[in-house]
Design a protein around this ligand. Sequence first.
Ligand code: NAD
Length: 249
Amino acid sequence: MTRCKDKIAIVTGAASGIGRAIALELAREGAWVSVWDVNESALAEVKSAIEALGVPAMTQVVDVSSRSQVRKAAHEVVKAWNRVDILVNNAGICRMGAIEEIQEDEWDLVMAVNLKGTFLCSQAVMGGMKKQGSGKIINLGSLSGKVGGIVAGAHYSASKAAIMCFTKSLARELAPYGVNVNGMAPGVIETDMTRTLAAGDYSSYVAGIPMGRVGAVKEAARVAVFLASEDASYLAGEIIDVNGGQFMD
Ligand code: NAD
């Protein structure tokens, strides 16, 4: 499969879960992948898994909420591989809690990682994409950003709603330069994040999902690959639901 052959991709938060699956699926399609995450100890395994698919990989310890770290990492990718064709803004953290109980520092942290991180990473690569007249940016929104959160806290849901709106603003700004910016809104996908939220028991979630099951990381990753490929060449500001029918709009 060669839908992304020799494309240079950055996937944030790719040490685990959906991000790891996206990194591997992009590699399967021929992309060279730079894996960014704060979880340093998990990066070596992802690098080997990508390289085993026959494409180059690099890993960087990056906190996406830090402008200096993001700038440095983006610069290193361009220095090593000359360009960035694909950015997947996947890094995210989820917190729960009633609004009255959310601490200010928790609110700020969720917004900094999820929303500011998406902004900073996009800003770091968009100049190069404009110059080369091509590029794909894919942002991870969420079903909770559409419906106000079911289990996740208001800070998480609000950050995801803002990411989906930011996706549209960025898409409008970059479409004239041949850069496609789109997003995804997953429902419940089985990862460490949702295993924690569900405390290992997905049965109450499954009850509201017409497909009768939660999603697998690969099912989210294949949608990201579509958005990163030329098959999505006429999409701008589109947010694709990946939720087994849990919510349709
Ligand atoms: P996960 O917790 O399994 O993975 C998130 C990754 O992001 C981890 O590897 C973590 O180390 C990394 N990360 C956290 N903070 C970071 C930072 N500051 N800088 C860089 N990396 C950081 O979560 P997941 O379920 O795979 O979620 C991936 C994305 O998909 C998130 O944006 C999440 O909000 C979104 N999402 C997930 C679901 C789901 O059901 N799993 C649903 C909707 C949206």
